[in-house]
Design a protein around this ligand. Structure first.
Ligand code: UDP
Length: 242
């Protein structure tokens, strides 16, 4: 597939891709010897980027910003444009692990709480036999830890990297280390996806996903996120009113 169409949503680029397009692009990226950054953009990202120029720059410099939120599909439609489907990061991690197993791309899982990355790695290998786990490490996005983490990843021989530090930290982490990870071809900020893989978080039931109510499920299960989630009505307001 050639370069995907990009749609500007409140100053943030979002690519008009399906899950199948995303996987095809990843295969293409794997053949080019440089790090490609993928961000899983949702309305919270867009609102965070309004007041964080650094984050905005990181998203503009990313190779692929997948539409991980129904709100983005709605916002695109308001502009008379179209995003073909939602591409959830929490599903992408499974597809990429499967692809990695098929192609022999060594995968490194960075971030999430203590023990989560290691457990997620074990579960993914169980699900996709043949998957090569280059390494796992929780670490932290703190600058003091940067060099040590970069060394671990480089020593591991990873070609594919998941970074689970939540947005915008994970995306900034990848951006600032683009040039430091010569063997990594694709790096994805995966948010809380490893918590889903291990069952620490549970995704909304299918009917809620269909109705675009995944955010409500998250709010009920993790009510302490309410302040961050105010981004959603603010996003809707900006999209509708301008
Ligand atoms: N996380 C981390 N270190 C940090 C901040 C977050 O490992 O300094 C992890 C956290 O444990 C979780 C993941 O980042 O597994 C995603 O966090 P959150 O749910 O806030 O991100 P979102 O999915 O909303 O992007």
């Amino acid at each position: 597939m050639t370069s995907p169409v990009v749609i500007d949503i409140l100053g943030v680029p979002v690519h008009a891709v399906t899950m199948a397009d995303t996987l095809a692009l990843v295969e293409q990226y794997m053949a080019e010897p440089r790090l490609h950054q993928i961000a899983t953009v949702n309305p919270e990202f867009v609102m965070a980027a309004q007041s964080d120029p650094d984050f905005r720059r990181v998203l503009h410099a990313a190779d692929l910003c997948i539409p991980d939120g129904v709100g983005l599909l709605f916002a695109a439609r308001r502009q008379g444009r179209s995003l073909p489907e939602r591409v959830p990061g929490s599903e992408l991690v499974y597809h990429l692990a499967e692809q990695a197993a098929q192609h022999g791309w060594p995968l490194f899982l960075l971030g999430a709480g203590a023990g989560v990355a290691a457990e997620a790695a074990r579960l993914l290998v169980e699900r996709y036999p043949g998957l090569v786990i280059a390494g796992t490490f929780a670490g932290s996005p703190a600058v003091e830890e940067n060099d040590d983490i970069v060394r671990r990843i480089n020593d591991s021989g990873a070609a594919l990297l998941f970074v689970a530090y939540g947005a915008p930290k994970q995306d900034k982490w990848i951006a600032r280390n683009r040039a430091n990870l010569p063997a990594v071809r694709v790096a994805v900020g995966v948010g809380g996806s490893l918590d889903f893989v291990t069952g620490r978080s549970v995704r909304a039931p299918a009917w809620m996903q269909r109705l675009g109510l995944e955010w409500l499920h998250r709010l009920i299960r993790e009510p302490w996120r309410w302040r961050r989630m105010l981004a959603l009505p603010r996003f809707a307001w900006r999209v509708v009113v301008g």
